[in-house]
Design a protein around this ligand. Sequence first.
Ligand SMILES: *Cc1c(COP(=O)(O)O)cnc(C)c1O
Length: 406
Amino acid sequence: MDYKASEHIQDLQYFGEFGGVNPSISDSSTYTFLSAKTMFDTFEGNTEGCYLYSRHSSPSNLYLGEAMAELEGTESANVYASGMGAISAVVLQLCNACDHIVCSRTIYGGTYAFMKNFLKKFNIAVSFVDITDLEKVEESITPKTRMIYCEAVSNPLLEVADLPSLSQLARTKEIPLVVDNTFSPLSISAAKLGADIVVHSLTKFINGSSDCVAGAVCASKEFCLSLKDVNDGSGMLLGSTLDSLRAASILKNMRTLHIRIKQHSKNAQYLAELFEKDGLKVVYPGLESHPHHNTMKAQMNPEYGYGGLLTLDVGSLEQANALMELMQKEKLGYLAVSLGFYKTLFSAPGTSTSSEIPLEEQESLGLSEGLIRFSIGLDNDIHKTYLAMKSCIKQLGVLNGDAVLV
Ligand SMILES: *Cc1c(COP(=O)(O)O)cnc(C)c1O
C-alpha cells in the first residue's frame, strides 16, 4: 500500500471568516434562512451547502468529516460524539431485528458488549469468530448476515485482519465489510484495502491529546447521507452528535497525526525489539515473531510503521499491577485506559478495557490476566525509557517462562 493520506489531509484548506488560517468555529445550534422555501428544501435534503440544525450537520463537523474522508480515502465521512456513537450508528443502520452479524472475537470491550448484550434487544444474533480464519468466517455467514465486522489491528491482542481477503469474501456474499481502524490510522488504509465502511474512535491517536471522546464513520456518500437522514438515519435520530468546538480542536490536532504516528511506531518498535531480546513475552506486529507480521507488512503504508501498541505478558495480575504501579511512580507513563497520548499509557485489559468479555472467553482468546497493554508515548529518548522500564521489571523480578532478566 502507498496511500498518501497525510498529504491529502494537509492539502485541505479552509479559511476563517476574516482570512484566519483555521476555519471559524460554527458556534450555533440553529441557522437562519432568508426564504422559507430554502428551509423546507434543506430539511428534505435537497439543498447542499445550507445548514439547518447542528444535530444534522454543522460546518465544523463537516470540515473534520472531510479530513477523515481523506484519511481513509473514502467519498465521505461523518463525525460522532464518541467511537461507540459511530459504531452503534453503523450497526443499527445496517441491521434490522432478527438479522445476523459475523464479528471478530477479539474486539474492543465496549463493541463486544454492544454486539453481545445490547443487540439482544433486537434479536440480532452475532457470531464471534477468529477473523484470521477465513474458512470460519465464510462458514458463519448466513442469508441473514448483514456485515462482517472486525478491527484492522485488534484490541488488545494486536491480531491483524487480512483486509483484502475479507473484502473479497464480503463482496462475493454481497455484504459490507466494516472495519474499526482506531489502532492503526495512517499505517493501514482500511478502505483502500477493501473495507466498505471504516469506523474510528477519534479519542485515541487521531486526536492524540486525551482531552475528549469522539468518533467517525468513513464510507460512501450514500451511506454517510443515510446515517444523517431525518426520517430514518441512526446518526441523526440516536443523536450522538459531536460538538463543533470539539470538532474544531480535533481537526487542529489531526494536522500533526503523521508526525505523531511515526514517533509512536518508532518508539514501540524499539522497545519491542529490545524486550524480545531480553526474553520477555512481548507482542508487537512489527516483530517478525508476530503471527500476522507478514499480513500487516503486505497491507501497511510502510512510512508510518507498525503502530504504537504493544503487549507484555508478565505472568500474573499481581505482577502486572505491581509493575504498572512502579512504572507510574518512575514517571514512565500513566496507569490509565485509552491510547494515543503523548505519555505512555498502560493497563491490564483483562480487568479494564476487556472486562466485558467473560473470563472463560478471555482465556480461550489468549487474553491472559498478566497481560499489560502499552500505548507507547512520544518519548524523545526511547533508550532512556527502555533502561528505566527494564529497571522496573528487574526490581519486581518479573519472571517470564524460563527467562530471568539479568
Ligand atoms: C476506544 C475504542 C472504541 C470506542 O471509542 P470511544 O471513543 O471510547 O467511544 C472503539 N474501538 C476501539 C478499537 C477503541 O480502542
